[in-house]
Design a protein around this ligand. Structure first.
Ligand code: NDP
Length: 279
């Protein structure tokens, strides 16, 4: 029997990038998966990838819409229950650095309160609100929640996108608080914090694909950025999410923040810089 057989998962932001890889892996491993995002073509590509991976298309439900909208979140949960009858796994993955192509550029001085409102609405409020809708169903299945935060939400400064990093730090803390409250009710929460992963996240901010790939290449050349020496793939994150969504393999992990970043978060510039040259 496959590890997620007879389980039902919602993966938000699964029209692309990390969410798509999570949806494909969960479906490949037996789950019925609700694939969601705004981009119709990209949602169909996720379905195609699932089918190419051997998944029966009847186990994939596409629900298209904007996760920041109240009505859409209700539709997402209702459509899931109407199609599959229950919910076992919720992966809160949809997120962005700022509004798509907003053209404001990085840094607090370039961004404004509209960016703040949008980022908090997408990266945090939509998750809180979706949880209110999903938790009664997750309680009845003794389900699992995996929230996708970022190393930008850890202790280091992220001056380019301060609202993004604030939203992700809050998500880590929300996960811990809810993990404590909900484990007695049978629902398990954990967070995954990816480091740099090759997706379209930077392109959505207007960076051409070629420059995105150039930036990734330059990051992986410098061990002070990524000690592992390579940029992560969406599948690197999906493997960890699947591990955390599987109660059999990870039941003793509750409210944890698992960092998946090729070692970026352990770098201490004071030490990796010229320190040794002066010893
Ligand atoms: P992508 O831009 O490739 O994917 C983002 C996903 O979120 C898309 O499926 C997009 O769907 C969805 N999404 C964005 N806005 C909305 C919205 N308003 N309503 C519904 N869906 C929405 O980015 P990644 O795959 O890289 O990012 C996935 C998660 O991983 C994010 O939470 C991100 O913060 C996090 N992360 C990514 C890192 C990286 O280096 N890539 C590093 C650390 C964390 P659509 O466009 O169809 O609406």
């Amino acid at each position: 029997m496959k590890r997620f057989e007879r389980r039902v998962a919602i993966v938000t932001g699964s029209s692309n990038g990390i969410g798509r890889a999570i949806a494909v892996l969960l479906a490949q491993d037996g789950a019925s998966v609700v694939v969601t995002g705004r981009d119709e073509m990209a949602l169909k590509e996720t379905l195609t990838e699932c089918v190419n991976a051997g998944v029966n298309s009847e186990r994939i439900l596409i629900v298209q819409g904007d996760i920041t909208k109240d009505e859409f979140r209700k539709k997402l949960v209702n459509d899931t229950l109407n199609s599959f009858g229950k919910l076992d796994i919720l992966v809160n993955n949809a997120g962005a650095l700022d509004k798509d192509n907003c053209g404001k550029g990085p840094g607090f001085q370039n961004q404004d309160i509209d960016s703040y409102d949008y980022i908090m609405a997408l990266n945090l409020r939509s998750i809180v609100s979706l949880l209110y809708l999903c938790l009664p169903h997750l309680e009845s299945t003794k389900g699992d929640v995996v929230n996708i935060s970022s190393i930008g939400g850890l202790q280091g400064a992220m001056p380019n996108f301060p609202f993004y990093s604030t939203s992700k730090a809050a998500l880590c803390q929300l996960t811990r608080s809810l993990a404590y409250e909900y484990i007695p009710k049978g629902v398990r929460f954990n967070t995954v914090c990816p480091g740099l992963v090759a997706t379209k996240i930077l392109q959505k901010q207007g960076l051409p694909e070629e420059l995105s790939r150039k930036l990734e290449h330059s990051m992986e050349q410098n061990p002070m950025n990524i000690p592992g020496g390579f940029v992560g793939t969406p599948e690197d994150i999906a493997n960890v999410v699947a591990f955390l969504a599987d109660r059999k393999t990870s039941r003793y992990i509750i409210g944890s923040t698992i960092v998946v970043d090729g070692g970026s978060h352990i770098v201490m510039p004071l030490v990796t810089g010229n320190f040794h040259d002066h010893m």
